[in-house]
Design a protein around this ligand. Structure first.
Ligand SMILES: Cc1cc2nc3c(=O)[nH]c(=O)nc-3n(C[C@H](O)[C@H](O)[C@H](O)COP(=O)(O)O)c2cc1C
Ligand code: SF4
Ligand code: SF4
Length: 277
């Protein structure tokens, strides 16, 4: 099949999804002799625009896994505003060394139901948003070698196609999609008020540069008073990890408990990235 444009379309609060989707889409564009274009839907303004593709497009569509699924406040944009129009797609998820559960299945299904034909897919490991030790340094060289393998095998598959395949690529996960993963304490009880956790700002470190307010995917940080989180917080950690002064952090008891539980359980083992063709 002839592909005119390979698209890199992603949500990526801390940059791991972006890294994988960019490398994959650029390699595909090169191998298929196609143009390359990018669309980030990180910011609320970008999620006001519909995205519509056509059969000459191949779209690498990437999101992180939150609570075992496509992030719930990002899902409406992906589901309602990104239209496949018969384009080929490569759904990609990034997950933080715990598990991608049904995240890739959900993304593949939404893409398929929106008029894409998902030809291949991948689940890659990235440093966990909540932590610097969980999935530290991922995606690393081995992950990126697998990204390259996915690019090579997808390019070969697309070149051999005479028409878009009728069946979407098979991926790991449950269908119907399971409920969101719930952070729990040691007694199995859901962590109280976890969803209400918001980052705080160290006034001794903050230089009021405004970066955090500009990059918050929810537009929730008040640019006039960056210590104030006025809207919803999805705990994406963009403000925490990208603050040049290290001034943002979480001090919420339940959040810290969950972070340490995850680190205790999963930091000592290497979860593997996986590709599907
Ligand atoms: C609210 C939230 C929930 C998350 N849930 C999971 C999860 O269920 N499993 C997992 O392995 N990682 C989970 N993560 C970690 C992210 O999937 C991972 O850090 C990803 O690489 C972040 O992508 P980004 O750098 O593109 O933002 C979660 C992160 C956040 C912020
Ligand atoms: S990015 Fe950091 S230093 Fe800049 S305004 Fe936000 S908290 Fe302050
Ligand atoms: S305030 Fe919450 S949603 Fe906004 S960037 Fe920080 S962690 Fe993400």
């Amino acid at each position: 099949m002839e592909i005119k444009t390979v698209w890199s379309v992603w949500f990526s609060a801390t940059g791991t999804t972006q890294k994988v989707v960019t490398a994959l889409s650029k390699s595909l564009a090169e191998q298929l002799g196609a143009g390359w274009q990018e669309y980030s839907f990180n910011l609320p303004k970008a999620r006001e625009e519909d995205l519509t593709f056509d059969p000459g497009d191949l779209v690498v569509l990437g999101v992180p896994v939150y609570a075992g699924r496509v992030p719930n406040l990002i899902l409406p944009y992906v589901r309602d505003r990104i239209h496949g129009g018969g384009a080929l797609a490569v759904p990609v998820v990034l997950y933080g060394n715990r598990n991608f559960d049904d995240g890739l299945m959900e993304l593949r299904n939404v893409a398929r139901d929106n008029g894409f034909c998902p030809v291949s897919a991948g689940a890659f490991v990235g440093e966990h948003s909540f932590s610097k030790v969980l999935g530290a340094g991922r995606p690393d060289g081995d992950d990126m070698a697998l990204v390259q393998q996915l690019a090579d095998r997808t390019a070969a598959k697309v070149k051999a196609l005479t028409e878009a395949p009728a069946q979407a690529v098979e991926v790991e996960g449950c269908d119907p999609i399971r409920p969101y993963y719930t952070p729990r304490d040691r007694h199995g009880e859901p962590i109280r008020d976890f969803l209400k956790a918001k980052p705080v700002t160290d006034p001794a470190k903050c230089v009021k540069c405004g970066l955090c307010a500009r990059i918050c995917p929810m537009g929730s940080i008040d640019p006039q008073d960056v210590s104030s989180v006025v809207g919803k917080c999805i705990k994406c950690c963009a403000c925490v990890k990208k603050c040049p002064r290290g001034a943002k952090y979480f001090d919420h008891e339940g959040y810290l408990y969950h972070q340490h539980e995850l680190e205790d359980q999963y930091a000592g083992r290497r979860a593997e990235s996986k590709i599907f063709l």
